[in-house]
Design a protein around this ligand. Structure first.
Ligand code: SF4
Ligand code: SF4
Length: 354
């Protein structure tokens, strides 16, 4: 049994390495080489990038989910984690497969994260942006309108879903950026070295990074909003667009993968601007981990399993709820508790359970 588990974990790690290597290779070609390549080569690279983002990613999510559940089933309760994985599979099938086919647009993944790592939807409204200039000939006015409707639909789903179900809705059910990876590849992290938890000094550094990225995201968003309102703050639109792409490629994509290799799957979630916004919305939703003092046996398994390094145990021994802004609602602590002391809840969830 032990041998079988180890070989499945190795396969999962191999899958994650392949996923990372393909991403770096194809993103490098797409954002670097393709800009100066002959038209036919550039088209082929763009096709490969879309194939990777949509079909391959969905394939990885399905296969890795199956492996992860097989691995976890041998040692842990998996009630919440199975729900997470089902959510990501459905989200991938909708966003990466069904919607691109229906709307004839292979780049809808750009629109699947409101307040995301770039301001693509806003740039799409500005004829001065390089994103608009590049895409208009492909999509035309109808294609752009459909993409924006899709974006608004996703915004609505994320916003109202979070108001009802807390941050768990986005971060542990439908996020196709870092949320899915941290769940479907969970037993593979870190790819190098032993499993780690963020220590207080790292948490402090990541908290600074979180607010820095939040402010940066706001500034980029405001820039395009001003421009769309005919207020020009800085005329070099191309440079601003390029800065966002560099920010995305280095601080988001590469750093996210760096965390997968040496740290944990949720590294990016510590400073994701959307996650920060949804954490605040989660407060409005009354998101919390309900604890039950009488059943807590002080084993600390909840703390050991939490990917966001939240001290759940010190609350559960007092019977107080866990309301940390860092909580992504993954439910790992709920599954890990041997006495079923913990429960994920929001105002809406407790209302329907009455
Ligand atoms: S914090 Fe951001 S990247 Fe992480 S799961 Fe939430 S939305 Fe996705
Ligand atoms: S407190 Fe529980 S639900 Fe929240 S991030 Fe930690 S393990 Fe996940």
């Amino acid at each position: 049994m032990m041998k079988e588990t180890e070989s499945e974990r190795k396969i999962l790690k191999g899958l994650l390495w392949t996923y990372i290597a393909l991403c770096i290779l194809i993103a490098g070609l797409n954002y670097g080489y393709a800009t100066n390549a002959p038209e036919a080569t550039a088209k082929l690279i763009a096709w490969a990038w879309h194939f990777y983002e949509n079909w391959l990613k969905t394939g990885f999510i399905i296969v890795a989910s199956i492996l992860t559940i097989r691995l976890l089933n041998k040692t842990e309760r998996t009630t919440m984690r199975k729900k997470n994985l089902k959510g990501f599979i459905v989200a991938a099938l909708v966003v990466h497969i069904a919607s691109p086919l229906i709307l004839n647009n292979n780049e809808l993944y750009f629109f699947a994260m409101p307040l995301p790592w770039t301001t693509v939807p806003l740039q799409l409204l500005s004829e001065n942006s390089s994103f608009y200039i590049d895409r208009f000939p492909i999509w035309g006015a109808t294609g752009i309108t459909m993409a924006l409707i899709f974006y608004l639909f996703v915004c609505g789903v994320v916003f109202f879903g979070t108001l009802l179900l807390g941050r768990r809705w986005q971060c542990s059910t439908i996020c196709l950026f870092n949320g899915f990876a941290s769940e479907v590849f969970a037993p593979a992290f870190p790819l190098i070295g032993k499993r780690k938890q963020a220590l207080p000094n790292k948490i402090r550094a990541l908290t600074i990074l979180k607010w820095t990225f939040f402010v940066l995201a706001m500034l980029f968003t405001l820039y395009w909003i001003f421009l769309l309102s005919d207020v020009t703050v800085f005329e070099n639109y191309e440079l601003v667009g390029r800065l966002e792409i560099y920010k995305y490629l280095s601080a988001e994509l590469l750093m996210m993968m760096f965390f997968w290799v040496v740290f944990i799957g949720r590294g990016y979630c510590y400073y994701c601007p959307l996650g920060t916004t949804l954490a605040l919305l989660g407060k409005v939703a009354g998101q919390k981990i309900v604890t039950n003092r009488t059943e807590c046996i002080d084993c600390k398994q909840c703390n050991q399993t939490c990917p966001m390094a939240i001290d759940i145990n010190s609350r559960s021994i007092k019977g107080e709820p866990v309301t940390s802004l860092r909580c992504v609602g993954c439910g790992h602590c709920v599954d890990a508790c041997p006495t079923k002391t913990l429960r994920y809840s929001t105002a809406f969830l407790s209302w329907i359970s009455k």
